[in-house]
Design a protein around this ligand. Structure first.
Ligand code: NAD
Length: 257
């Protein structure tokens, strides 16, 4: 048994992977949850091979049964559910008039249903456990602004920030705190793919996508990093409620309060 446990969804790649690696170093028992089980297992093996505590679970966040089973495995393994990061996500871009309904529904299943199912599973176990807990959503700068080609993503990321605020109100009496970490662009596989797709959709170069779209509204033309998010997760894992319900903007000045 470890002193503290964390479950991270979408933990096999990008932001989630960096956060899983960091929380392992911070002494957490880590549940690497991802729809891509081989990649989740590879990360869990890497962590246990380095002397840390980690398990992998297959979890499609839009599947209620898989979400509940993953949390049961967390309790069986670590005996607690202290910290949860609802982070799994995909991006599908199309011009709005051409956006297929099927892709809209896919986006809602992963981002909206997924956030609900993961947060509810966490809340249930934190409440029953009687020792509180923290639920962290990965929002985005897109929780505050609008962007071409991303209507469903913007809709869902705005929604996640609202979900965190309401859970903060209901969770307070049980010591359950919620937060939304809202990064601007980070060079992960999700964004590498987007650079190519946006260049094709808008008929511009990849370099123009980065400079004129992704980083245009930052104060310094810089990407946020996975380490920035991991640092914030560590910080929030020690918050005693002062920040509950808040959205933390890691945006290089884009969408300042
Ligand atoms: P990524 O593509 O590197 O990783 C996403 C992970 O989620 C993958 O391992 C994938 O297998 C997993 N996943 C996809 N669908 C899933 C599902 N249904 N159930 C469980 N796991 C699933 O992406 P990333 O950039 O690390 O993004 C992680 C989160 O951060 C997403 O919510 C994304 O919207 C958000 N975000 C990313 C950026 C950025 O610039 N990269 C900025 C702000 C917010």
């Amino acid at each position: 048994m470890t002193a503290k446990s964390v479950l991270i969804t979408g933990a096999a790649s990008g932001i989630g992977k960096a956060c899983a690696q960091r929380m392992a170093r911070e002494g957490f028992g880590v549940v690497v949850a991802d729809v891509n089980l081989p990649a989740a297992e590879a990360l869990a093996n890497e962590l246990t091979g380095a002397g840390f505590s980690a398990i992998a679970v297959r979890m499609d966040v839009s599947n209620e049964g898989e979400v509940e089973a993953g949390f049961d495995k967390m309790l069986d393994t670590y005996g607690s559910c202290d910290l949860v990061m609802s982070n799994a996500g995909v991006q599908i871009v199309h011009s709005f008039d051409e956006y297929p309904f099927e892709d809209w529904k896919k986006m809602m299943a992963i981002h909206a249903d997924g956030a609900f199912l993961v947060a509810r599973a966490a809340f249930r176990r934190m409440k029953a456990g009687g020792r509180g807990g923290r639920i962290v959503f990965t929002g985005s700068v897109q929780s505050f602004v609008g962007s071409k080609l991303k209507e469903p993503y913007n809709f869902a990321k705005h929604g996640v920030a609202g979900l965190a605020k309401s859970i903060a109100r209901e969770g307070a009496e049980y010591g359950i705190y919620t937060y939304t970490i809202c990064p601007s662009f980070i060079k992960t596989p999700l964004v590498e793919k987007q650079i190519l797709e946006q260049a094709a959709a808008l008929g511009i170069t990849e370099e123009e996508v980065v400079r004129n779209i992704m980083l245009r509204d930052t104060v310094d033309g810089a990407f946020t990093t996975v380490e920035d998010v991991a640092d914030m997760l560590v910080f929030l894992s020690n918050d005693r409620g002062a920040l509950t319900g808040q959205s933390l903007r890691l945006t290089h000045g884009w969408a300042m309060m």
